[in-house]
Design a protein around this ligand. Structure first.
Ligand SMILES: Nc1ncnc2c1ncn2[C@@H]1O[C@H](COP(=O)(O)OP(=O)(O)OP(=O)(O)O)[C@@H](O)[C@H]1O
Ligand SMILES: [Mg+2]
Length: 270
């Protein structure tokens, strides 16, 4: 084989790896949706019950205050349903590699809408600690997938309930955004902590439906963070809980860097 042929083959193999990685990301994404499907279906049932009951009330009582109240409740409930479906659709659909400047607060809130019910169902209290409105250049579908994975892991680590704390802040020098997902669950023993980012490493055994973990959640999370120029870190204590931290370069940190490399152009916030 000539050097040229070898190079061509390497290129082809690289392309195949890239396609397979995309495929794994897609499959894992659908499995996370599956994990939430039952809670989301329940939530829809609850919303429908609210809508039906207030519609009946509005039909029964024709006086304006009662009807106004009924319409108001129906509107709020259906808007919530619409938010959930929009979130699900955009989550499942986003396949592109495209990055755009995103407000991370909104990105996190969109994920929390999807998991809210699931957490309640497992008696997990949700706390948020959001500071400021940091923005980053991201593929929002991928970052949401990472967050959803971390939250589902956290929930699974708290079989008897607990508290999930989701945080967002900027680093003190304003160069990176830090998203944290903290649980009060089982914690991870030191010997396992070394391995959790390995593909296919899982401690979750198959349940009666044959559904265990694939062990891909964290390995994909690490890939996604690295392609974003970011990092993922973990701290854990047995019986106390676990905290994952995602670091992403802030969007407004960029023009400063560019300005130093191209002096001719003024630094503009994209
Ligand atoms: N918050 C957490 N608390 C305790 N253990 C955790 C936590 N997050 C991850 N782990 C451990 O790390 C392992 C790997 O996690 P990862 O998300 O990669 O795979 P998984 O959750 O087992 O499978 P999948 O994500 O495909 O459902 C888990 O099996 C679990 O042992
Ligand atoms: Mg997982």
């Amino acid at each position: 084989m000539t050097e040229q042929e070898m190079l061509a083959e390497i290129r082809e193999l690289r392309e195949q790896v890239r396609l397979l990685q995309q495929e794994v990301l897609r499959a894992q994404k659908l499995s996370t949706v599956g994990e939430l499907a039952s809670s989301i279906t329940h939530e829809f049932n609850n919303i429908l019950t609210t809508v039906i009951n207030y519609a009946k009330m509005g039909v029964r009582h024709q006086d304006p205050p009662t009807r106004d109240k009924a319409f108001d409740k129906i509107l709020t409930a259906s808007q919530r349903a619409s938010k959930i479906t929009t979130g699900m659709l955009s989550y499942a659909r986003q396949q592109s590699e495209r990055r755009e400047r995103m407000d991370l607060t909104t990105l996190i809130q969109d994920v929390l809408i999807l998991v809210e019910k699931d957490l309640q169902r497992y008696r997990i209290r949700l706390e948020t600690r959001i500071e400021g409105r940091p923005e980053a250049e991201v593929n929002s579908g991928q970052i949401q997938q990472v967050l959803l994975n971390l939250i589902v892991n956290a929930r699974q680590a708290m079989p008897n309930g607990g508290t999930l704390t989701v945080g967002l802040k900027s680093s003190s020098d304003n160069s990176v955004a830090e998203i944290s997902v903290k649980d009060t669950g089982t914690g991870i023993p030191a010997d396992k902590l070394q391995r959790i980012f390995e593909p296919f490493f899982t401690t979750k055994v198959a349940d009666e439906r044959g559904q265990g973990g694939t062990g891909l959640g964290l390995s994909l999370a690490r890939d996604v963070m690295e392609t974003h120029g970011g990092r993922i870190r973990v701290e854990s204590a047995i019986g106390v809980g676990t905290m994952f931290t995602l670091k992403l370069p802030l969007a407004n940190a960029k023009p400063v860097q560019r300005a130093t490399t191209s002096a001719a152009k003024p630094a503009v916030a994209r």
